[in-house]
Write a protein that binds this ligand. Sequence first.
Ligand code: TYM
Length: 344
Amino acid sequence: MAAFPQLVFSGVQPTGNFHLGNYLGALVKFVEMQASYDCIYCVVDLHAITVPQDPAELTKHTREVTAAFLASGIDARKNIVFNQSQVSGHAELAWVFNCVSRLGWLNRMTQFKEKAGKDRENASVGLYAYPNLMAADILVYRATHVPVGEDQKQHLELTRDIAQKFNVDFAESIASHGHGEAFFPLPEPIIQGPATRVMSLRDGSKKMSKSDPSDYSRINLSDDADQIAQKFRKAKTDPDALPSETAGLAGRPEADNLVGIFAALRGSTKDAVLKDFGGQNFSGFKAALVELAVEKLGPVGAEMKRLQADHAYIDGVLRDGAARAREIASKNMTSVKDILGFVR
Ligand code: TYM
């Protein structure tokens, strides 16, 4: 396959309760990747409306996620930060992909099955076609690297399948329009580190999620020091002391989760954490975890609140990012239209 210029794309839904899983699984990587790549980070409001949203809340949450990006250290001048609905190329390419992607592929998507639940007949068509829009988000920029949490792995595999099928189905036209043997790269998921799947603090078998009815299941980025302390203190554990090596975490999902969170917050590994805490009981470990979490998350939460209140500033960042994103996306959409044979 031809070499594509390296470009990072990722997205976060503005659906409220931005939590520690989003932060450690995605945002920390977004920030790290800026050192070596050009990056495009998107607040995916078109994805959010696949389930019902209160319009006023959607606006608030869009600004909240944007503020989280900036407060964590994403540089919106060097890179691009914007909300999806301001760049029409996402929806346009998603339609093209609705015609490339196969029903059989979408039927395998576990996230749709989870989100639609038992009342599948009543789920929106958008929720079903959601992964095609996600493929469009990435490929409208011809992005090559996508930092995400573990839960998005299947969607990234589908993105690669769609890119591949488009490249094969239209190979002749792609070549005749001067794009060589492939128009889309096969984007690589970047799923790394000790916190690719942060679990609920109440139940180590469930993912930490925005929609869990119990606020004690997650640490929100907007939580203050007292809330962080209370939630970790109440977090479910088991009666044994911590093991000295990671192998000892097998079959102990709650312990594994807290050690993973500690390692990710400290920027180290589970092994290194267990070297320090192996043999200790949970009360001492939790106290150290609270201290570390407050130290790392406190300043981000405070800056996020400050930025979030400045609507003019946040909206300006999104508008500016959207203008730059639109330039790249529309150039690629023009090529896609030529490849498909659309008259323009
Ligand atoms: P979303 O909004 O649910 O989550 C945003 C990011 O946070 C990660 N994440 C987690 N990581 C570790 N542990 C957890 N408990 C946890 N919960 C969430 C997610 O993996 C994600 O990286 N479909 C995507 C948004 C999206 C997207 C894209 C991502 C739309 N288009 C294009 C990448 C590229 C989603 O719903 O993420």
